[in-house]
Write a protein that binds this ligand. Structure first.
Ligand code: PGA
Ligand code: ZN
Length: 418
């Protein structure tokens, strides 16, 4: 049993300079456990509700003093009132205390921060990944998906696709994968400089040049992988895309680099991209409301390219269940703050595992130096993680945590599951 003597929230800044929630729990043995809450910019409409103050005079309405206040009052009262036997018990009590289906009253930011800190408390002195490991799951170091070039709402450029990631699928180990990612990133910077393109960065640490056509970006990335000395594709360094298509879907059409495209035009475009470039995974290729398009996309490309649902599934067990039944997508993106508790995140992951649906653990574009998702990825053996560029403190914190795990447990397998 675990008893908490102190529960406190604090309004801190995230990597974008916006307020976010930090939660600290103190157990009765005096040990403290801290968690920092991530925050998205291209959010799905069905995500759990991040509570923001809305006071325009303070942080442009983005303050989180109400969410922090809920941690310090109602959540603190709940958690200090009794002893707790498991994380699941804590999360269920938090969900019941909130009382809404979307965590809108207390705020998903208040609840997920408390849930993350509680998970650490239940781990105590054991590694977090060991404590989070579900029964029967083989822990695994994930293939890191480095977001090396940013567009969409994560960068002030003309590029409509949000994320261009490099994934060292063929690397022999996690440390070698990280080295490959850093090498490609450095080569890409040099290539951009040589072409007179800007090398300023977007929100996730990738470069943000003013290049509009996704195919032009892909050509550059292939060049960078080759220049770094790696084979392109699954045997070496492959590419993953997250266009985040909900963000350029307006009035029933997709708007890419000045063109107006239907769902079927987009599907044909992706098919051509998958033929011309070593793209192994495509996330949010179509908008979250375009389920019919998603079904056709899955039928057409699902056996060649991993099709990951982010905005469309929002880590929600019920929506993922529906997606699997309707043959929509082949993988789910897993973000703890989309659903708002670790127990529900693990449930969504269990549903994927049982159905043979792949999973990619993910950060948010607004991050802290919290490394929870690195441990979660290892614990749940998903084989895939995306947490930004191999640069910027809040991104490399997660990759460096994986290096630590790899160093202490060199026996853990690395790579994709199949
Ligand atoms: P977000 O972006 O954190 O801004 O939602 C990440 C993603 O779309 O995968
Ligand atoms: Zn996404």
């Amino acid at each position: 049993m675990t008893r908490f003597t102190q529960v406190s929230g604090l309004e801190v800044l995230d990597s974008r300079g916006n307020p976010t929630v930090q939660v600290t729990l103190v157990a009765d043995d005096g040990a403290g456990y801290v968690a920092g809450v991530p925050s998205g910019a291209s959010t799905g409409t069905r995500e759990a509700v991040e509570l923001r103050d809305g006071d325009k005079a303070r942080y442009a309405g983005k303050g989180v003093t109400q969410a922090v206040g809920h941690v310090n009052s109602e959540i603190a009262d709940l958690l200090t009132a009794r002893a707790w036997s498991s994380l699941e018990e804590v999360d269920e009590a938090l969900i019941a205390l909130d009382g809404t289906p979307t965590k809108a009253r207390l705020g998903a930011n208040a609840i997920v921060g408390t849930s993350m800190a509680a998970a650490r408390a239940f781990a105590g002195t054991s590694p977090l990944w060991q404590s989070l490991q579900p029964a029967g799951v083989i822990p695994r170091l994930p293939v890191p998906h480095f977001n090396v070039l940013n567009g969409g709402v994560h960068a002030p450029n003309d590029l409509d696709f949000q994320e261009f990631m490099v994934a060292p699928v063929g690397a022999p180990s996690f440390p070698e994968a990280l080295r490959a990612g850093a090498a490609v990133y450095a080569r890409l910077r040099a290539l951009l400089q040589a072409k007179g393109e800007a090398t300023g960065l977007g929100d996730e640490g990738g470069f943000a040049p003013n290049i509009a056509r996704p195919e032009d970006v892909l050509t550059l990335i292939v060049e960078a992988i080759t220049a770094a000395g790696y084979p392109t594709g699954r045997a070496g360094v492959a590419i993953a895309l997250d266009p985040a298509a909900s963000e350029f879907y307006r009035d029933g059409a997709y708007h890419v680099a000045g063109e107006t495209l239907t769902s079927d035009d987009m599907i044909a475009r992706y098919e051509a991209i998958a033929t011309d470039f070593p793209v192994w995974s495509l996330e949010d290729g179509l908008a979250e409301g375009d389920w019919d398009g998603w079904q056709r996309l899955t039928a057409r490309l699902g056996d060649r390219v991993q099709l990951v649902g982010d905005d469309i599934f929002v880590t929600n067990p019920a929506i993922i269940t529906e997606a699997i039944a309707r043959h929509v997508g082949t993988a789910a993106l897993i973000k703890v703050n989309q659903i708002g508790s670790i127990t529900e995140t693990l449930r969504a992951q269990e549903i994927c595992r049982a159905a043979g649906y792949a999973q990619m653990i993910s950060h948010r574009s607004g991050e802290t130096s919290d490394t929870f998702i690195a441990d979660l990825a290892v614990a749940t053996g998903t084989g895939q993680l995306k947490t930004g560029a191999p640069a910027r403190g809040e991104r490399v914190a997660k990759y460096n945590r994986l290096l630590e795990i790899a160093a202490t447990r060199p026996d853990l397998p690395y790579g994709l599951i199949s």
